[in-house]
Write a protein that binds this ligand. Sequence first.
Ligand code: FES
Length: 113
Amino acid sequence: MGRDEPETVGATADMGAGSYPVRFEPMAVEVAVSRGTRVYDVAMALGLPLAQSCRGEGICGRCGIRVKRGAEHLSPEQAPERMRKRSNRVDADLRLACLSTVHGPVVVTTDYW
Ligand code: FES
């Protein structure tokens, strides 16, 4: 599978309605995911080294991602995510991958990739 041909994560097998590209930089890995897929699940399915110690339970606050494009296409940040970020001293500009779902095209990275 070439870089121009996105892999698929989740239930949708094409880029039709309800399927959106998620691109991870700087690896330039892009996959098509179903609406509502967690960024955390995409990264894990691809084997990307996303920090975490709670297996995506929204507890550890380590899965912070920086959204380079398409922040408006992630689920809005809710109180539990804000609280978890505050209690774990996570940069307010980051989103927690396990509490962020995809609703349109996004490009993300981390500060350690
Ligand atoms: S993986 Fe622990 S808060 Fe996201």
